[in-house]
Design a protein around this ligand. Sequence first.
Ligand SMILES: [Zn+2]
Length: 146
Amino acid sequence: MTTPPQVPDDAQLLELAREAATKAYIPYSTFPVGAALLTASGEVVQGCNVENASYGLTICAERTATTRMIVSSDGPDDADARRIVKVAIVGLKASPCFPCGACRQVLHEFGCQSVIVEEDGAPRAYPFAEILPHGFGPADLENPEG
Ligand SMILES: [Zn+2]
């Protein structure tokens, strides 16, 4: 008999995002952001922002976590490990810290249902439909004739 993995609550997920933010590579903005996403398989994947001298190649914490999630899975058949249930985001210099537009689109691609931010020192969960109303995603390509 195996013990199921401990699934973190929203406060714990925020702490994991905060921990990730301390690792950010941010020589230009000095604006550290961390993300911790929970997959449908119960895994937690952390990400931090990683900047670049070209500026435009900077990647946000939410997207580094998402790409880490994909490479950490066992491949395309490992669907639950490639599906995001929720993501917690912490900006060490901004609270609450919501995902940018690009990250909202990427999180939507992998089914994210909820975004957790810190408001007045406490976790607050936003339904993803409020974060990205009328989002365009994989399902929109499955029935092109509507
Ligand atoms: Zn972003």
